[in-house]
Design a protein. Sequence first.
Length: 182
Amino acid sequence: MKAKSLQCIYFSLLVLCAGSVAYAAVSLLPTDKATTGLEQAIASLKTDKPAIPSAVPPPSANARYFVSADVKADSTDYSISFDNTADCQGAQYCSAGSVHTELQGNPTIYFDRQNQEITQRVVLPKGGVVYYTPSHALGSFWPGRVEWRCGTTLYSLSWVLPAASEGVDLLQMASSVRDTVC
């Protein structure tokens, strides 16, 4: 009797998770339809393959994200911010998400307050390894992030997302970026 009950619970959880994955997969919008300033931001980077996700979560604070880009001085490294307000420029309190590059960088492995590793190594369906860190609070709130290396460049994608779809949405976004830049 107990084994059958556990099977029912397991099956219910499996259906619930599958439903969440299906919801998350359709919850993303094409990036160009969800943003303002994307073309100008890409043009300012002066790179052939900008690290832009093909789809992003729907904006919640307004009808579109405001995109800005910043190239680091004396470097090819850059940051692209997807913000909730026009004058945010990537500030933590008004940014929805971002993509960063770092030459010769390595993924960061994060730990919680009990010194337990929270970063997970994930193999993407089309191949390639990324490191996913769920959103967490340690002195400040850190949105979920995915990092990976392609050649000599480290790519970091972070986004403020609901916990229920965070991992699936971030991995889908990271996969689209990785397919473009690697």
